[in-house]
Ligand binder design. Structure first.
Ligand code: ADP
Ligand code: ASP
Ligand code: MG
Length: 479
């Protein structure tokens, strides 16, 4: 069996869902399980609605709710008719009534907890998965809706919940029999629940992660991530329009890229895939014949110095200075124990005789951590930074690469805040001001990925080295 995940833009309207149906039809004999995101921009709208309700603007929240309900009803009406449409309409109306009650509850409390946030955000995937299951069923596909919250079990770390072992058993009990009976389960990505049945989410962009969880739980032969670009590219194509498609990339390289900002994959996606050694394909739902990118345990070395460049905005530098650090061991341990206690991850670290600089994501409140760090030394926090990360297996053991990277950055006349030739040995990273990202990424891309003439197919490829076809890869996979 295979897993096919369709992201927000791949399910954004009836036209996109019709394309999805054709793609799924083409894979019917491979026993697909379909995982879908909320329709494009729906999760953002739900975030806005819940914030409005919490901030005393309930009428605005309810106005947005009515618009969202209309959008879902219209898409349903464009896709199915008769009894299916009537049932779908009733279901959508019911879901929006429930959502309205939740928003009223938020408004009367004037408070939005992470648990309630997850409840509100879950509606996007609950609705899209039901509509898409109905659309597939009406196109002759034996589709059945499966509520992901009944099978993906997580801890209660709301807004970034972590899947638990029990998930595999639930998949064996609930989803495996459906696949064996040649049914096509359709599930919402991103959403899950605690063992007690309280709704959780896996973090923004988490539907990719859901697809990998499904794939690992069922021992899929491959996991397909269908999105709006033709695979993983040498950098974000929104930043550099002539970014080139990567034919094949290793799990390690793709994980680094996802972690350091390549939005095309949620950073946790590859963990379950690596564990079960399942190849992951990134494919374009608007151009299904494009080969996309194959991510697997090993890929042929890239001809370029690097495989790709990623940029992660929203970084924050925490500088801790203390003369006590000089010659005193145990100082670093005290700092990292504080990070650990507060559950804050360090993306990059650099140390000198008397100071330590740590880069973290700025989306979290870290006031309690800072209070603790102040007991260890003088603390300064700088925000508005970005991490630029160049990734590739070729970095391993190569001298002089950092120099060529920094000469490009120097050419842009930007100041570098921190430099690290990664502990993972396959990346070189540095920190710059967020506003400098486009210029620096474009300059690096032009230097390390010089434009190539278009191939006969009109597709640019970075790896011209022959790679095994998907079937060769799958021959060694366990079904
Ligand atoms: P989906 O809704 O399908 O999950 P996302 O918007 O989450 O899609 O991810 C796809 C987007 O990721 C692309 O449109 C692209 O702008 C962005 N992106 C960032 N870095 C890369 C990269 N290296 N390769 C491909 N896409 C990238
Ligand atoms: N709908 C969720 C989000 O927008 C999850 C996803 O699309 O992957 O973050
Ligand atoms: Mg995504």
């Amino acid at each position: 069996m295979i897993v096919m995940k369709f992201g927000g833009t791949s399910v954004e309207d009836a036209k996109a869902i019709n394309r999805l149906a054709e793609i799924v039809k083409g894979r019917r004999d491979r026993k697909p399980v379909v995982v879908v995101s909320a329709m494009a921009k729906v999760t953002d709208a739900l975030v806005a609605m819940s914030n409005a309700a919490a901030n005393g603007a309930l009428p605005e929240a309810l106005k947005q709710l009515r618009q969202l309900r209309q959008r879902h009803l219209t898409v349903l009406g464009d896709l199915v008719s008769g009894k299916r449409e009537a049932e779908g309409r009733a279901e959508i109306q019911q879901q929006f009534e429930n959502l309205q009650d939740v928003l009223r509850g938020i408004a009367s409390l004037g408070e939005l907890s992470p648990r309630t946030t997850d409840n509100v955000l879950s509606y996007g995937e609950v609705l899209s998965s039901r509509i898409i299951a109905a659309a597939l069923a009406s196109r002759g596909i034996n589709a059945v809706h499966v509520d992901s919250r009944k099978v993906i079990v997580t801890d209660n770390n709301f807004t970034r919940a972590v899947p638990q072992e029990e998930t595999t058993d639930r998949f064996r009990e609930v989803v495996r029999p459906l696949v064996n009976a040649d049914k096509v389960p359709v599930m919402g990505g991103f959403i899950a629940s605690t063992p007690e049945g309280i709704t959780t989410t896996l973090g923004r962009g988490g539907s990719d992660f859901s697809a990998a969880i499904v794939g690992a739980a069922l021992g899929a032969k491959r996991i397909e991530i269908w999105t709006d670009v033709s695979g993983m590219m040498t950098t974000d194509p929104r930043l550099v329009p002539d970014a080139q498609r990567i034919d094949a990339i290793s799990f390690d390289e793709a994980s680094e890229l996802a972690y350091f900002g390549a939005k095309v994959l949620h950073p946790a996606t590859l963990i379950p895939a690596v564990e079960k050694n399942i190849p992951v394909y990134v494919l374009n739902s608007r151009e299904p014949s494009n080969k996309g990118t194959c991510i697997r345990s090993q890929a042929p070395k890239s001809r370029n110095m690097f495989r790709a460049i990623a940029a992660k905005k929203g970084a924050r530098v925490i500088n801790i200075r203390s003369p006590r650090m000089l010659m005193a061991h145990g100082f670093l341990r005290a700092i990292f124990e504080a990070f650990d206690r507060h559950g804050v991850t360090a993306d990059l670290v650099s140390t000198s005789e008397v100071s330590v600089s740590v880069i973290t994501d700025s989306s979290r409140d870290i006031s309690a951590l800072l209070e603790e760090l102040r007991k260890l030394g003088k603390v300064e926090v700088e925000t508005g930074k970005a991490i630029i990360c160049l990734v590739g297996e070729n970095v391993r053991g190569r001298v002089g690469m950092a120099a060529s990277v920094f000469s490009v950055a120097a050419g842009c006349q930007v100041s570098l805040h921190m430099i690290s030739q990664g502990a993972s040995e396959i990346n070189i990273s540095f920190v710059i001001e967020e506003r400098d990202v486009p210029e620096v990424v474009r300059a690096l891309h032009a230097r390390f990925f010089p434009a190539k003439p278009e191939s006969k197919s009109g597709v640019r490829e970075t790896d011209v080295v022959a790679i095994p076809q998907p079937t060769d890869v799958e021959a060694v996979e366990v079904a």
